[in-house]
Design a protein around this ligand. Structure first.
Ligand SMILES: *Cc1c(COP(=O)(O)O)cnc(C)c1O
Length: 376
């Protein structure tokens, strides 16, 4: 929460929930990453928040970009970054999208199987590819297990295939799970990566790069270690497993770059009880799972919520969104403590909402418009 955001909200007159994102915080986050990891290039994960102002700021600061689609590539190019600063990091791509990316100048692609390598060899000849490794995401609050990456046993074969088809077998990538609160979680993946580097070197293929992925957390209700702690732990692991032959490294922060830069202002629509004897109140907001807070799915991300009544005594509440869908409940298994004095019509501020909110908002389910966003 910054004074700039509070000042903006004081002057706002429109109705409905909105996200306000402070670019100064994004700039600080970028500087923290580049200061803590000076030898590592930053590829901002565009999906976390593709607002043109965010992309332009980061392009100006020298960031590179991790993209998942042709539209994201076009958004990055429109921000002023050149194609050599873009990675097409999605392992699941249509061949015609690979071709389109290639025509736009992109030469760095993620793969996790031989079929994807073949598409890239046909549509983007001569490009650099990195192979994504499966990573179980243990310890992460938003794990990304199973869907992306191949078993480490398979990776050398995938990269060898790329080499054989005239591509540059460039390196390896992994993602330790989003909102990863344990800086030690990169160690196991780096150990595996080093083994694959040695294995392929013996076969005459010299990999150059390790993509350390995202996973850097933002502060929600619980404290998280600073970027510096992650940098130290990762550097230690790199030395331990690669000795004096440390490869080029990149990181792909999404949440860690924009999460704490945003605050959502929302309003209490209704406070009620389901039965006289109920201990727990229901608090309904004008924002829910379908207009910005999708990451409350399975109650995985618990956002800090500020009210004008903070400091008063609190009571457990079920927190729910406004739509007529019964899955639109934010916190119920673990009720959320809110001030007893909270009233219908009260504004609430939901912190840490700069990442994975605006684009996770539906186009108009139940007539609720997509989440408004202001970048200041
Ligand atoms: C989503 C994603 C990221 C960003 O992850 P965060 O945990 O938000 O930092 C990075 N890399 C890839 C390949 C991704 O899909």
């Amino acid at each position: 929460m910054t004074d700039r955001i509070l000042e903006f909200l004081r002057n706002r007159r429109e109705d409905g929930p909105c996200l306000v994102l402070d670019l100064d915080v994004v700039r600080e986050n970028y500087m923290s990453f580049s200061r803590a990891m000076p030898d590592t290039r930053v590829f901002y994960a565009v999906k976390a928040n593709p607002d043109p102002n965010v992309l332009e700021l980061l392009a100006g600061l020298g960031s590179c970009f991790d993209t998942a689609s042709v539209v994201e590539i076009e958004q990055v190019l429109a921000s002023g970054a050149s194609a050599d600063r873009i990675s097409f990091g999605n392992t699941i791509k249509k061949e015609r999208d690979i071709l389109r990316a290639y025509q736009l100048g992109v030469r760095l692609f993620a793969v996790d199987c031989e079929a994807e390598v073949e598409k890239i060899a046909r549509a983007a000849p001569g490009s650099r590819v990195f192979c994504r490794l499966l990573c179980d995401g243990a310890g992460a609050e938003w794990p990304l297990s199973r869907k992306f990456g191949c078993d480490p046993e398979m990776a050398p074969r995938v990269l060898e295939h790329a080499h054989r088809l005239g591509l540059t077998a460039f390196g390896l990538s992994f993602h330790v799970g989003s909102q990863q609160r344990n800086p030690g979680m990169w160690d196991g993946a780096l150990k595996t990566a080093a083994t694959i580097f040695r294995d392929l070197a013996e076969r005459g293929i010299v990999l150059q790069m390790v993509n350390l992925g995202g996973g850097f957390p933002t502060r929600y209700l619980k404290n998280v270690p600073a970027v510096k702690a992650y940098a130290q732990s990762i550097t230690r692991s790199l030395h331990k497993h690669f000795g004096n032959q440390i490869p080029e490294t990149i990181i792909e922060p999404g949440r860690g770059m924009v999460g704490n830069a945003g605050v959502i202002e929302a309003e209490v629509v209704l406070i009620s009880k389901k039965a006289d004897a109920d201990k727990v109140k229901w608090v309904y907001l004008d924002i829910g799972k379908f207009n910005g807070l999708a990451e409350t799915m399975d109650e995985m991300i618990r956002y800090p919520i500020r009210t004008a009544f903070d400091g008063d005594s609190t009571e457990p509440c079920v927190l729910a969104g406004p739509s007529c869908d019964s899955v639109d409940v934010l916190y119920e298994k673990e009720p959320y403590f809110l001030p007893v004095s909270l009233e219908i019509g009260s504004k609430v501020l939901i912190e840490g909402t700069g990442a994975y909110t605006t684009t996770y908002s539906s186009v108009g389910f139940n007539g609720f418009p997509p989440l408004k966003s202001y970048v200041i």
